[in-house]
Design a protein around this ligand. Structure first.
Ligand code: TTP
Ligand code: MG
Length: 386
């Protein structure tokens, strides 16, 4: 059955909330984030984005680019409360709401179009209700699946409403950069560029066998599917509850990327172990980084294949961390696996050798506790409290 999925994402969320609380900020460049000298931008209003300010940028750069900006230290309790208001509205439009972050969600509205003349009208009503009840603006994507819906919500931000129909998808997404495909991070992007694949259209044309030689069979297949706008993932309403993660606050802030990556490896090993204990594999890996000034960043990436192995969890966490570009003043790090699949299922591609290795490590951990085995780079540890 053809499904209809909405992806709703609030525009410049933290900054928009600040503009709602302080009417004198409206129409002005507002930058929310850590205000200390080592602080980082959490988000910027669209007025500030015109001066080249964006998320994760050092606050000092933001001040240089936007000297007339209004700089605000974030108020997370307030953003969480507004988020709850928005999610309460979402739940009036579908029983199937999958939260993705504080300001975005997927809604499966298959069949709900009956409540309105069309899905577009339904989405317009949702946007209008959000605006009336919260005075905030949301962008919405409508599509037959999650991948296309998320892509669509971003195409005409802010205040966007874009529908991608199944029959137009291949043509509509062809000009977009290949980076828009789920699972393509900086490393995959580089590999693809080396093969001359820079757009989704080029991916549509690419030879899957050749692609597989560079990326592996699963990744090659997954990317080919996505490039044609095909994605079978369901909207999973209770996804948030289904995650296994571990975070640690350091007694002394970490001041180098090397230190942070060592800690990420330790966290990845703990998460891998807990996933294996639970008999599940995670399709999505998320990291959390909190700066000394409490600005907090989360980043997630969906893997081509669900995993409960330390290696892929660590590599993904490290890639996400490197893309954030934070290298000092790190107060907290977290790694989470979510979007579970059962891992006991026999897989054609199972790596038997690795499976045996992890089996042996886990047996030792079960007998002697989690800290007995760890990989070499962890030996030099940072003092921390958990
Ligand atoms: P986003 O939805 O990514 O960004 P946004 O809502 O500010 O802007 P837009 O969607 O219009 O592009 O993130 C939602 C909120 O999460 C954002 O307002 C602030 C917070 N956030 C961070 O704290 N750090 C980050 O790196 C990002 C991207 C967001
Ligand atoms: Mg947003």
């Amino acid at each position: 059955m053809q499904r209809t999925i909405l992806h709703v994402d609030m525009d410049a969320f933290f900054a928009a909330v600040e503009q709602r609380e302080h009417p004198e900020y409206r129409g002005k460049p507002v930058i929310v984030g850590g205000l200390s000298s080592r602080g980082v931008v959490a988000t910027a209003s669209y007025e500030a984005r015109r001066s080249g300010v964006h998320s994760a940028m050092p606050m000092t750069t933001a001040r240089r680019r936007c000297p007339d900006g209004i700089f605000v230290q974030g108020n997370y309790a307030l953003y969480r409360a507004v988020s709850a208001e928005i999610f309460a509205i979402f739940s009036r439009y579908s029983p199937l709401v999958e939260p993705l972050s504080i300001d975005e969600a997927f809604l499966d509205v298959t069949g709900m179009g009956l409540l309105a003349p069309s899905t577009r009208v339904l989405a317009q009503r949702l946007k209008a209700e959000i605006r009336e009840k919260t005075t905030l603006v949301a962008s919405v994507g409508i599509a037959p699946n999650k991948f296309l819906a998320k892509l669509a919500s971003d195409l005409e931000k802010p205040d966007g409403l874009v529908e991608i129909r199944a029959e137009d998808a291949v043509r509509r997404i062809a000009p977009l950069p290949v980076r828009r495909l789920w699972g393509v991070g900086r490393r995959t992007e580089e590999k693809l560029a080396a093969l001359g694949i820079k757009t989704i259209g080029a991916m549509q044309q690419a030879d899957e066998k050749k692609l597989a030689r560079s990326l592996g069979r699963r990744a090659a297949h997954a990317l080919k599917e996505l490039s044609f706008g095909r994605d079978e993932r369901r909207v999973e309403p209770d996804r948030e509850a289904k995650s296994i993660g571990k975070e640690v606050t350091f007694e002394r802030d970490l001041e180098s990327a090397e230190e942070a990556e060592r800690e990420l490896l330790a966290l990845a090993e703990k998460v891998g172990w807990r996933l294996r204990l639970a008999g599940v594999a995670a399709r999505t890996i998320q990291i959390k980084v909190r700066r000394a000034d409490f600005t907090t960043f989360t980043r997630s990436r969906t893997l081509f294949e669900a995993s409960a192995h330390d290696g892929p969890i660590f590599q993904t966490a490290r890639d996400l961390f490197r893309e954030l570009g934070i290298k000092s003043g790190i107060r907290l790090l977290g790694v989470t696996g979510e979007n579970f699949e059962p891992s006991a299922l026999p897989s054609l591609f199972r790596d038997e050798k690795k499976e045996r290795l992890y089996g042996a490590i886990d047996a030792l951990k079960k007998r002697f506790g989690e800290s007995i085995i760890t990989k070499a780079p962890l030996i030099e540890k940072n003092p921390k409290k958990e």
